[in-house]
Ligand binder design. Structure first.
Ligand SMILES: Cc1ncc(COP(=O)(O)O)c(C=O)c1O
Length: 481
């Protein structure tokens, strides 16, 4: 092997904004791309590399996992981890990701980057995932395949998982529902896909939060929906403005617990007003409850669905923030009288997340790991959020107004009036920070200017300092033209 530990150690720069696991990952990719590591070469074990370089084991594990999942390394159990065979046959064209410079990867649609980047929104803490318990349950799920799992799966999802989800929602979100009402979907877009096919038609008009989640917006537009932007203020979606704009809309899509991205909660009067509108107009409300598990001040708010007496709310949740987005596992709770319609639509569609993953998640919840993991993550995220917010406030003073949000996994920091967020976000992205400009979350030109940042992977105050310094350089890049 031509990549010595000494060389690796020299190349890891603890003062850079880029986390060490990403630097390690890149060093390996470069060494493989340059042929300094050859197919079949054995790489040091996680334990020995961590101890040689004086790193946490989780840091090395994370870099190795990324390299393995992208096909650079092959884990052979007790025989150790080696550089994958077959890379040499690709000639110069090694796995695509290896050749992309950071700025190119960051130009992908926000939130869609395959490789995690500093301050990227929507990611849970990747260094805190409970690998051991997950691996044990995933192994058991694969070893104990009975006939109920080997055949064609229920298109609505694995029944034990649907039961666990129904119980969890009852306890933690105040939603009284049965397992039959729960449909497992392939991510939030999978849930929207079911809704569009079961209840909507191309050309239907629908309220969409302004600003709102661009991935859902693009998906709904792709499905032919005519979206009407409805402004969000301090009380959440302005229902009165929605009624004035399009009282006869067929649906409304919103994030009532923790508005994405501004972080406000929909007030109780607005909740009641919205439910009344939906009942009156026989419209559908799509409640996107994507990160409600994380709340750092006050009591968790019950879901809007818990107030839904007339069965107008379609409730969606996801495991992307509480486990990991690669799972592609979300769920949809439909009103009782719509169960059959959704069952027949689910039968026509491609199906949800693979059954073994669903089984692993069901066991993960049933055995109490999920509740434990959530408890730990709430404490960890509260600390990481404080690190980032305090550092930004100290370093930027009146240039950046960091909005303290009560929950969630990202912060919004507003810029001063007249300052354009797009060039600053672009300069930050060119420097490797996956910051998103708030203005790109608006459909219309009347936007507020700000920067959106995920804090879950900001590991400590020193890391926050490095990231904030890099952001400061991005500000200087823009100021210096
Ligand atoms: C507003 C919002 N809704 C839903 C989701 C969940 O999407 P998915 O389940 O496809 O990962 C996200 C993820 O970032 C989000 O930000």
């Amino acid at each position: 092997m031509d990549l010595t530990l000494l060389e690796l150690d020299r190349k890891l720069d603890r003062n850079r904004a880029e986390p060490i696991y990403l630097q390690l990952y890149r060093r390996y990719r470069e060494a493989i791309a340059a042929g300094r590591l050859q197919p079949g070469d054995r790489v040091p074990s996680v334990r020995s590399l961590a101890s040689e370089l004086n790193l946490a084991r989780g840091t090395v594990e994370l870099a190795y996992q990324m390299l393995t999942s992208e096909g650079y390394l092959l884990a052979r159990g007790p025989a150790g981890t080696v550089v994958s065979q077959g890379l040499e046959n690709l000639g110069g064209a090694r796995p695509k990701a290896a050749r992309k410079p950071a700025a190119l990867t960051l130009s992908m649609a926000p939130g869609m980057s395959a490789t995690p980047h500093p301050l990227q929104m929507g990611l849970p803490a990747l260094d805190a995932f409970p690998h051991k318990s997950w691996a044990r349950l995933a192994g058991r799920a694969a070893r104990t395949l009975d006939t109920s799992v080997l055949g064609y799966p229920d298109p609505a999802g694995y029944e034990p998982l649907r039961r666990e989800i129904a119980t969890y929602l009852g306890i933690s979100r105040g939603i009284a529902c049965t397992a039959e009402q729960v449909f497992v979907a392939s991510g939030y877009r999978g849930a929207l896909h079911l809704i569009c096919h079961a209840l909507l038609r191309p050309g239907d008009a629908g309220w969409f939060e302004e600003p709102g989640y661009p991935i859902a917006r693009r998906y709904l537009e792709h499905m032919g929906m005519r979206l009407k932007p409805v402004p969000v203020d301090d009380e959440g979606l302005n229902v009165g403005a929605g009624v004035r704009r399009a009282h006869d809309a067929r649906f409304a899509v919103l994030t009532p617990t923790h508005q994405s991205p501004l972080g406000v909660a929909l007030s109780l009067p607005r909740r009641l007003e919205l439910l009344q509108w939906a009942s009156r107009e026989q419209a559908w409300i799509v409640e996107d409850d994507y990160d409600s598990e994380f709340r750092y001040h006050g009591r968790p708010l019950p879901a809007l669905k818990s107030l839904d007496r007339d069965g107008r709310v379609l409730y969606t949740g996801t495991f992307s923030k509480v486990l990991f987005p690669g799972l592609r596992l979300a769920y949809l709770v439909v009103p009782e009288r719509e169960i059959e319609r959704f069952q027949s639509i689910a039968q026509q569609l491609a199906g949800a997340c693979p059954i073994l993953q669903q089984r692993t998640v069901a066991e993960f919840i049933a055995q109490g790991h999920f509740a434990r993991h959530l408890r730990k993550m709430r404490a960890l995220y509260a600390a990481r959020r404080e690190c980032l917010v305090d550092t930004l406030t100290d370093m930027f003073g009146s240039r950046l107004h960091v909005q303290p949000q009560a929950g969630g996994i990202h912060v919004a920091a507003y810029l001063n009036a007249g300052q354009d967020d797009k060039p600053i976000a672009a300069a930050a992205r060119a420097r490797g920070l996956a910051i998103e400009p708030l203005s790109s979350w608006y459909m219309t030109r009347t936007s507020r200017s700000g920067l959106l940042m995920g804090f879950t992977n900001v590991v400590d105050a020193r890391h926050a300092q490095r990231l904030a310094s890099t952001l400061k350089q991005a500000f200087d890049d823009v100021a210096g033209g």
